[in-house]
Design a protein around this ligand. Sequence first.
Ligand SMILES: [Zn+2]
Length: 281
Amino acid sequence: MIKKLIILILTLTILTSTAQAQQIKPIELPIIMYHFIVENKGEHHISPDEFERDLLFLQQNDYNTISMSELIAFVYDYQPLPPNPVMLTFDDGYYNNYAYAFPLLQKYNMKAVINIIGDHTDIWSNNFYEDMQHGHTTWEQLNEMLESGLVEIGNHTYSMHRNRYGRRGCTRMEGESLFDYQRLFGRDVNRLQGRIFEETETHSDVFAFPFHAVCDDAIQVLQILGFRAAFTGAQIPSKPNVITQGDMDCLFDLRRVNRSRLRPVENIFPVIQTNPRHHEN
Ligand SMILES: [Zn+2]
C-alpha cells in the first residue's frame, strides 16, 4: 500500500514538473532608462512632450509597462505577465520626474521604477525648493508616487553615486580588499534601504549601478542583503533582456537602454515595431 502511494506521489510530481517545464517560455523585456524629463539641450534630458510621445508610442504599439514586483513575481512565483512587457526606469530621482513624468504616467496608467540616490533625497527633503533642472524628489513626493501604485523605488546607493578617490561609482577599487569593499558597499546600500523603510514603509527589491559601472563583488552583497534584482549595464536596443521563470540569476543582470535626447523611442524598439502582430488592427 505504502509502495503504491509512493509511486503515485512520484508520478504526480513528475507530471506536475513536466507540465510546469512545458509552460516555461523565456520572454524578452526591453528596459528603458530615463534621467531628466525637462526642456534642456543635455544628452540625458528629454522634454515632457517627448516623454509623452514615448508613452503614446508604447500605447499605440500594444506595449504593457510592468513593475519590478510583477517581474519578480513572474520569475519567482510563476505569475503571468501581460503581453509585450516593457519596463520604464528613471535614474537619480530628479524632481522633474515627479513634476512632469509622474502626471503623464498617471494619464496613461503606466508604471515605472525610480532609482533614488539616498543623500540627495535626504538633502532635498530637508531643504526643498523648486528647481526643475537640478532638484531631487523629496520623501513626501516619493510617498505620493508610491501611493499611486504606478511607481516603485529602486536603490541607487546612499552616497556612492560619484567618481572620487579613484573609485568609479560603487565599484571595488584596485588594491582594495574584498572584505573592506564589501563592508563599505554593504553599509552604504543598507543605509539607503533603512531610509527607504523609515520614510515609506516599503522595501526596495532592486539596485541600480551608477554609471553602468558594474561590480561582481557588489552583486554578492546585494544578494546577501535580500535584493532580488539589479540594473547593471547597457542594453543593446535590438537585444532585450531574456527573462526565464525560475531563473533568479537573470534578474541580477537587467540591462537598460539609455533613452537619450539623441535616441528616439522608435529606435529603441525597432524589432518589435516591425513585428506583424502590431499591424493587425
Ligand atoms: Zn545615476
